[in-house]
Design a protein. Structure first.
Length: 220
């Protein structure tokens, strides 16, 4: 039996024809049941859970070049969209309200990397992020940017940007996180939830993002 799991996610993609960085709305339809099962290569981590979360089954997801922590109740999609290194959803989210039933949506995040040397006229990490914001405005009608801040996460320069948009007649809130892995490589992390769920997930999104860690230094 198959289930219809539609994840509305603003996630990172390269618009090769235009030669610029951009975003698109990605929908996953007719996922096989159980497609969000955890992979075999994980390890448990019980240190410093976010407030309000039970320290039961945090999961450290280990990828080829980076690691991240999934909170209790979150699961990794075993077959994410092409080019996405990691996608995870909150499977314990209460989806009984009508808007969830209409869209078959669950709060989620995804991770992708990009090589900034592919883009002419982009000479810095900050220029790259600015170009993505410009592309977002051009691609998604009515998108609004909110709080933006720079941090150092596990030794890596990181930019956090909160934004809101309206898709499929529903209001969404997104946290975009850009991590400078080297002068060439940037990781983009996109956290997505309904606008009225933002207060529930905001701190958790930041906590997950700050768990991002490179497994080794990426050489220039």
């Amino acid at each position: 039996m198959k289930i219809k799991l539609l994840i509305v996610v603003i996630t990172f993609v390269v618009l090769a024809v235009l030669g610029i960085a951009g975003f698109y709305i990605y929908k996953i339809l007719n996922r096989p049941a159980g497609s969000t099962a955890l992979p075999a290569e994980t390890e448990e981590n019980f240190e410093n859970p976010p407030a309000g979360e039970e320290a039961l089954k945090e999961t450290r997801v280990i990828k080829e070049e980076f690691e991240m922590t999934l909170p209790p109740g979150w699961q990794e999609a075993t077959t994410p969209p092409e080019g996405i290194w990691l996608m995870a959803i909150d499977v314990k989210e209460d989806v009984s309200r009508g808007v969830f039933q209409k869209l078959d949506f669950r709060t989620n995040f995804s991770v992708k990397s990009d090589d900034v040397t592919k883009y002419a006229g982009i000479s810095s990490f900050e220029d790259y992020v600015a170009s993505v914001k410009t592309s977002l405005v051009q691609t998604i009608s009515g998108i609004n940017f909110g709080q933006e801040e720079q941090k150092i996460i596990n030794g890596l320069p990181t930019i956090f940007i909160e934004c809101s948009s309206r898709q499929e007649e529903a209001d969404f809130k997104t946290l975009l996180v850009f991590v400078k892995a080297s002068d060439n490589i940037v990781y983009a992390i996109s956290f997505n939830t309904f606008q009225d769920s933002w207060s529930t997930y905001k701190d958790l999104f930041y906590w997950i993002a700050e768990s991002f860690k490179l497994k080794y230094k990426i050489e220039l």
